[in-house]
Design a protein around this ligand. Sequence first.
Ligand code: ZN
Length: 450
Amino acid sequence: MKRFIIVILLAIVTSTTLWQARAASKANPIRLLLLDGQSGGPYHDWQLTTAVMKKELQDAGIFSVTVATSPKFGEDFSNFKPEFSKYQAIVLNYDAPDWPADLREQLENYVKNGGGLVIVHASDNSFPDWVAYNQMIGIGGWRNRTEKAGPMWYFKDGKLVSDNVPGPAGEHGNRLPFQVETRAPEHPIMKGLPHVWMHGADELYGTLRGPGQNMTVLATAHSDPANHGTGHDEPMLMVLSYGKGRIFHTTMGHDVAALSCAGFITTFQRGAEWVATGRVTQKVPADFPTAGSESLRVDIAKMDPDFVKGPPPRPDPFETLAYPALFAMKKRADELGIGGVAVVAYFQGDKIQAWSSKMLVIGRMRDEPSDTNKGANLIGIAYAKAVEMADTLKDSGSQVRPAMTGEFGWQGGVIVRGKTGYLIAAFSGGKSEDDVKVSRAGVEQLATGL
Ligand code: ZN
């Protein structure tokens, strides 16, 4: 009996001590190494995003964060000795083509022996030819990755599927807010988060490829074809294992605006704790985004010198579609062997108050005058067709009423009611029926997003 009590007491003491040893606190923080030093281009401002990520990790109150800056690819690495084993997890804000073999081996052994790894956004562009790295991250993109890197992985009918169709790896549309959907609600990183939440404007990575082994997708996002997307539910958050090591991979976090999303921050902080300790003690913050509205932290967003006030401006959908529409018209004009001037325009709602328009000269902008012909300003004619349509809401030359001054009553312009307003395309330079065909190509392109 006495021995039995001692055993119980010992068990209590041991488990309490272990728990205290494992639980991170300000006095006993989780040691993280945040590694940076290079990116694929100036669009990834790694000096700035490292400062942001460091603050976000420190804000959690359970981490101590050391930053190590790697030499750039091709520089001298002989003095770069990051001592991975001093840390419980490595956080990569890093995108480089390759590393010296001894450094690669050190990171492989570190993770294999139980070290944690966090992959943020373009860190999954890094090291396309390093086999073990691609096993650790599961999927990656760009830097000439193709089907040789592995299949694409995405969710279909509620399940993770792989797709061997050949092609490049990595694409994204314009930076817009998008919904993130939980796929593993019981995982410690996801526990208590809403099933669906709105992420702030960010690049939504798609067509990522890789071995995808030992990988659990925690959350996906629908890649909308209207924003150059794949139409697939693409992996956004993943956990993986490599040997004894745990990996957390978030494809989100392009810039400070994206990093300021409370949903990004929460999953990042939780992911870092989980890879380091195997558990998550952090509660869901009150400002976590909901399905319908994003939630940006202004103290983080303000770390971007370009940030003035409020959330970053959204790209104007007409601005995004106008040139694709004009180039669709150029393609059609080329097929028909005609040149001239293309105009696209858009106004919101049912009645014109103001519009946005863009123009492209395709081959020629005017017909030269001759003795028998006073010539033609094709820009003027294209716009005159557009303005007639803005008044009548019918294709130009519809003859619903006689042409007014400033109009010609000529065919060649097309107008349709889109989802948000009226879409107008007009072409001048060919025969009427060909002008109509060219205009139709423009309106079809505008209709994909307006
Ligand atoms: Zn990016």
